[in-house]
Write a protein that binds this ligand. Sequence first.
Ligand SMILES: Nc1ncnc2c1ncn2[C@@H]1O[C@H](COP(=O)(O)OP(=O)(O)OP(=O)(O)O)[C@@H](O)[C@H]1O
Length: 234
Amino acid sequence: MSADLVVEDLDVSYGRATAVAGVSLTAPAGSVTALVGPNGAGKSSLLLAISGAVAAKGRILVGGIDVAAMPARERTQAGIALVPQGRQLFPRISVVDNLRVFAEHLRLPRSAVDSALDRFPVLRERADRLAGVLSGGEQQMLAVSRALLGEPELLLLDEMATGLAPAVVQRLAETAVALARSGVAVLLAAPELGMQRRIVDRGYVLVRGQIVSEETGAALEDAYRRSLGIGAGS
Ligand SMILES: Nc1ncnc2c1ncn2[C@@H]1O[C@H](COP(=O)(O)OP(=O)(O)OP(=O)(O)O)[C@@H](O)[C@H]1O
């Protein structure tokens, strides 16, 4: 099964502070959609709202079903997975236990954990190490594997490349593309695309909580620079 994400008129506020204002966007199944914007633009708030981790107003349709009223856990079971900024692993338990905790939360069979360890060979090698002693890249691979445990239809990636070595970013980007080719809707948020620009089909520029442009992959970065007042190509 594959499912488009359609967000309509979404607002996210923290008390009186508005983080996301009237955002509408689409992340089609089978493609990689980017959400680029500077720090504080509201990218994380938007992804957290889609996953159900923060409250929001508006419509969030996944495969035509409005999930906006569902609690976060039900959204996960409905096929929405988030790799959060900062990864949010349990550093003091092992790699395999990080996967087990999430698998149990979703009531998945043990075989799901085994498959998750096989997604990146380094995770199988490090299965019994504490998650907190892994390198940043290994931790990100664990966070992605954990998100994929339930075979989601929509994968939300929040700053997956930040601070990681190019080879790791390349590996993660290949994973994102392979998922998209298998029918998953991938929405990735980043303050800049860098190497990820090669895998983006189209995307949106988010500034101060609002979408200011929508472009195909190649034109997206120029639109982003213009929105920041930086000349294209400079
Ligand atoms: N829990 C919170 N309570 C109050 N304000 C928040 C909270 N989380 C985010 N904000 C504010 O909401 C706005 C959007 O933040 P958000 O983290 O969504 O942006 P972002 O584009 O992901 O930025 P970054 O790349 O720095 O994470 C910012 O002004 C931020 O200070």
